[in-house]
Ligand binder design. Structure first.
Ligand SMILES: Nc1nc2c(ncn2[C@@H]2O[C@H](COP(=O)(O)OP(=O)(O)OP(=O)(O)O)[C@@H](O)[C@H]2O)c(=O)[nH]1
Ligand SMILES: [Mg+2]
Length: 449
């Protein structure tokens, strides 16, 4: 499949930088290179060549490096030219403008990668991994995305499909030629299906871990006014992000910042102190706090532990009892009377000013949030929801097939279920997807990728 138009875009982020990269891909690339790139010697594929870039009227725009890739040995599978120029947004824009003047058109977000997909350079799983590498907020997320670059997942799932197809063929042969081909036997069938199911379970479990490191979790910092919620946000963040004051009701709006805890991005949401008697403005803040609490995966309940625990704090402790939460009694430097009296198991008693308390809180967040440190994910794993859906469908069908066998039904009864599992897995391993799925994937990309 070859596009008949040529796309151009700046591949580096907007703003000043050391280098800006302009990319252009498509059938007109070599013609564009002839018109816009002046070099001493002819451009050789894959050789970085010092060049003067000129506009459509041959006026010099910049000096830089030109890199030509010839189809199909390029990222997009088409002729592709990269110009590395000085990192001025004006220069890069002028070069793109000259390319457009010579017949190229501006690239859509993700269009280079989309062409790579259409030209068979990568499957959808890998295309999404490209977006995930770019979106990664933590080192673990980047590692996990990297594990998905390369066709590893498709190959693994394809092998599982072959295993299912072999079982289906054996069943078919036994049905068609009952005299020559023996029935495969319940035990042998179950062993084969169990092995496929176990591998799918592993892909799914790794996929859940991948989603955690990729997407991170949200933790709402909630508690009565003046408990030290904003102080906690600032301390965990290591900067004075939120306003802190001795006045109750300082924080009105929710405020969100990300930190990395044990390889996982944690979005901390500081909220307004929750109390019953509040003015209108404060009440609006409290409502937002309640919403943030409801939406968060983890509740960090902050209470002034140096004072007797009053009704509002008790109500919040009761309301979050069945949630994934960390209870923190703050201001231990002033006393621990309240913390002792409340008697909450696993509560952390300490101070936002004490580094040991902060370390304990980070540890507790990782423990309640996802069971501790997340090891890096270095195997290919499920990433997109449609991949999870396909594997779930296959696992369900396999479970039904195994139940049928266990119930002593004739083995050809399971053929339909195996067919279902086989087709479902095709959505992961084969390059088939509805146009809107493809559109959805590439809409995530930035322009120039
Ligand atoms: N002694 C002591 N004071 C603290 C500690 N942590 C915070 N504070 C103080 O407690 C007061 C309230 O802190 P904030 O972080 O603004 O409390 P908050 O929970 O965000 O309050 P609201 O936004 O009003 O709901 C400030 O004067 C902080 O300096 C601590 O560990 N020990
Ligand atoms: Mg506050």
């Amino acid at each position: 499949m070859h596009a008949d138009d040529t796309i151009a875009a700046i591949g580096t982020p907007p703003g000043k930088g050391a280098i800006a990269i302009v990319r252009v891909s498509g059938p007109a690339v070599r013609e564009l290179a002839r018109r816009l790139v002046r070099t001493k010697d002819a451009l050789q594929p894959r050789v970085a060549t010092s060049a003067t870039i000129v506009d459509e009227n041959q006026r010099p725009l910049d000096r830089g490096l030109a890199l030509l890739f010839v189809a199909p040995a390029s990222y997009t599978g088409e002729d592709l030219l990269e110009l590395h120029v000085h990192g001025s947004p004006v220069v890069a824009r002028e070069i793109v403008r000259a390319m457009l003047a010579c017949g190229a058109r501006p690239a859509q977000p993700g269009e280079f990668t989309r062409r790579a997909f259409l030209n068979g350079k990568m499957d959808l799983h890998e295309a999404e991994a490209v977006a995930d590498v770019i979106d990664a907020e933590t080192r673990s997320a980047a590692r996990a995305a990297l594990a998905n670059l390369g066709g590893g997942l498709a190959n693994q799932v394809r092998a599982l499909r072959v295993a299912l197809a072999t079982v289906l063929e054996e069943l078919a042969a036994a049905i068609d030629f009952p005299d020559e081909v023996p029935d495969p036997g319940q035990e042998r069938l179950d062993t084969a299906l169990a092995a496929v199911a176990a591998e799918l379970e592993q892909l799914r479990a790794d996929g859940e871990r991948g989603r955690l490191v990729r997407e991170g979790v949200t933790a709402a910092i909630v508690g009565p006014p003046n408990a030290g919620k904003s102080s906690l946000l600032n301390a965990l963040l290591g900067e004075d992000r939120a306003i802190v004051s001795e006045l109750a009701g300082t924080t009105r709006d929710t405020l969100e910042e990300s930190i990395a805890v044990g390889g996982v991005a944690v979005r901390l949401v500081d909220t307004a102190g929750i109390r019953a008697h509040a003015d209108r403005l404060e009440a609006a803040g409290i409502e937002r706090a309640q919403r943030a609490l409801a939406a968060a995966r983890i509740a960090i309940v902050v209470i002034d532990g140096s004072q007797p625990v009053h009704a509002e704090a008790r109500a919040l402790l009761a309301a979050t009892r069945d949630r994934t939460r960390v209870v923190f009694f703050n201001k231990a430097d002033l006393g621990e009377a309240g913390a002792r009296e409340a008697g909450v198991a696993d509560a952390i008693v300490g101070s936002t000013r004490n580094p040991a308390t902060l370390a304990a809180l980070r540890e507790a967040i990782a423990q309640v949030g996802w069971g501790g440190e997340v090891p890096d994910l270095e195997r290919p794993h499920l990433a997109a929801l449609r991949e999870f859906a396909a594997v779930n469908e296959a696992l369900d069908a396999l479970a039904r097939a195994r139940a049928t066998l266990a119930a002593g039904e004739p083995s050809d009864f399971i053929a339909g279920e195996l067919q279902t599992a086989f087709s479902a897995l095709g959505h992961v391993s084969e390059r088939v997807a509805a146009e809107e799925v493809i559109d959805g994937i590439f809409a995530r990309f930035c322009i120039g990728k």
